[in-house]
Design a protein around this ligand. Structure first.
Ligand SMILES: NC(=O)C1=CN([C@@H]2O[C@H](COP(=O)(O)OP(=O)(O)OC[C@H]3O[C@@H](n4cnc5c(N)ncnc54)[C@H](OP(=O)(O)O)[C@@H]3O)[C@@H](O)[C@H]2O)C=CC1
Ligand SMILES: O=C(CO)COP(=O)(O)O
Length: 342
């Protein structure tokens, strides 16, 4: 039985490890907490992050990262974005050059604004990097509800190897060579989902959410293409697909966090209640700074930034968005229409 490993025992790492184990691989997960590793092995369940799903015998947890990583062709990294660099440093000297790194975290590095592929390349330059993304809540994948994801890499042959590992009748996996687009779609949709939650918490309706999602993908595409992504990627699973699932599902931690903010809870109270990682909060900060630096207009991101960091009331932020200077819906169409009507 071929061995694979998943580093991180949160909800997504657990769901992916379960998927791989159901295909018959020997899967070893790594937990940074020995008491958690012991508890999961004993109870055969991750009660903390994904209760109600029992582990098969070929899925085990260790607190020894070397034991997890050695002899695996594919190393899946399933920790929050801000922990990816430290995890790479932890496996430096353990991971071999021919092991494929698969990152599933959706975010950008705080401070540097770097994509996680850039972070991994800096820390582990010899290893091929693959990003797995798309509309996929752990709670549904763990219960075998039909799901589609996308794996992206500059090395498409390695992406195809990862596709084969994960592909199953319940998890359909596509490949995409546009690594930048797939990474940015996943990181930036969390901001919009957080905003969608705020609108729900304020009691706004479906019209508001549809507006936020549509104008959200417009600004994701604007920043994404300025950062080197292909625009078509944002129409795919890792773009609009993930935006839809995150903005509309109660499984989404970003949306749930936004709802609490809209209801008047502070950021600290919100994080305390949600318990798991809320990537959209950090992503707002990073995207706001990157967009400002490269001169891209991100009105929704800036409005959420103002709520989080400038003490702006969410209701006032919405008024601010609605009352912006009038404009054409599609920038390029607007320009050609103006030219031809002169
Ligand atoms: N949940 C989902 O449905 C999906 C999540 N993702 C993405 O996957 C990433 C991980 O999310 P998810 O599993 O849900 O997060 P969770 O909050 O459920 O779990 C995070 C896991 O990472 C561990 N961890 C946190 N910090 C560190 C660190 N510094 N070093 C080592 N391990 C650490 C945690 O350990 P401990 O318990 O000890 O804190 C925990 O095992 C996120 O970027 C998320 O956006 C992507 C698609 C779906
Ligand atoms: O990325 C996800 C689903 O595709 C998970 O979103 P949340 O982090 O908001 O739960």
């Amino acid at each position: 039985m071929e061995k694979l490993c998943v580093l991180g025992t949160g909800s997504w790492g657990t769901a992916l490890a379960l998927s791989l184990a159901k295909k018959g691989y020997e899967v070893v997960m790594w937990s940074r907490r020995s008491e958690q590793a012991e508890k999961i092995n004993r109870t055969k369940e991750n009660t903390e992050y994904l209760p109600g799903v029992l582990f098969p015998s070929n899925l085990t947890v260790t607190d020894d990262i070397k034991e997890a990583v050695e002899e695996c062709k594919m190393v899946v990294m399933a920790v929050p974005s801000q922990a990816v660099r430290s995890l790479c440093r932890q496996i430096k000297g353990i991971v071999k050059d021919d092991q494929i790194l698969v990152n599933v975290a959706k975010g950008l590095e705080k401070g540097s604004g770097k994509r996680l592929s850039e972070v991994c390349k800096e820390e582990l330059p010899q290893n091929v990097y693959v990003m797995l993304s798309g509309p996929s809540h752990a709670e549904e994948v763990a219960r075998d509800l039909p799901t589609t994801v996308v794996v992206a890499s500059e090395d498409i042959e390695k992406a195809e190897i990862v596709q084969d590992y994960f592909m199953s009748p319940k998890l359909r996996v596509y490949t995409n060579p546009d690594l930048i687009g797939v990474e940015l779609g996943g990181a930036l949709k969390n901001i919009i989902a957080f905003g969608a939650g705020i609108c729900d918490g304020l009691g706004f309706g479906d019209n508001t959410k549809a507006a936020l999602m549509t104008r959200g993908i417009a600004e994701i595409s604007r920043l994404g293409t300025a950062m080197g992504a292909e625009v078509v990627t944002f129409t795919g699973l890792s773009g609009i697909g993930d935006l839809i699932v995150t903005c509309t599902s109660m499984h989404s931690r970003n949306r749930r966090a936004g709802i609490l903010i809209g209801e008047g809870y502070s950021v600290e109270e919100t994080l305390e209640k949600v318990k798991m990682v809320v990537e959209g909060i950090t992503a707002t900060e990073v995207a706001h700074d990157v967009a400002e630096k490269i001169g891209v207009d991100m009105p929704i991101t800036n409005a959420i930034y103002a709520v989080l960091h400038e003490n702006v009331d969410p209701k006032d932020a919405i008024v601010g968005l609605m009352m912006r200077e009038k404009k054409h819906e599609v920038e390029q169409v607007g320009l050609s229409y103006k030219k031809s009507s002169k």
